[in-house]
Design a protein around this ligand. Sequence first.
Ligand code: DQA
Length: 159
Amino acid sequence: MRGLTLSDLSILVLHGPNLNLLGSREPEIYGSLTLAKINILLEAEGAKLQTNVSFMQSNHEGILVDGIHEALDKHQGILINAGAYTHTSLALRDAIAAVDLPAVEVHLSNIYRREDFRHHSYISSVVIGQISGFGAQSYLLGLQALVHHLRKERKEIES
Ligand code: DQA
């Protein structure tokens, strides 16, 4: 951490299963923005925050686990919407705990207003915090929160 400048921050944004279908997938729940558009918004937000943002989407649990492992030497934090794996995946939870990178969990929909099976997140116990229910804005708020956390952590290390 020491010696890095503000613009050296790099965040990995991980999108889980079925999020590649955003735009046409249940728009009444997930909104009408495509994933490509959400990524463009995140890139613009990253630029405002002087932060580099990289993206990965997969429908496969193991590929997402690999993505988390590979983040270790490349990125300082992870923004993750694990989709349905949020509610099922001990492997994703363990991967985030294993790399020990600060992470923020986001959801487009408010998972607590939906079916009972969406109320439990395996991810939430290993992340800094969770933002749920604000549509695409959840991602932008999540990015802001993560960058704020990393900058605060960095200042504490440097002081
Ligand atoms: C989601 C909520 C999950 O329950 C669901 O399986 C998704 C998307 C969201 O962003 O609201 O795929 O993570």
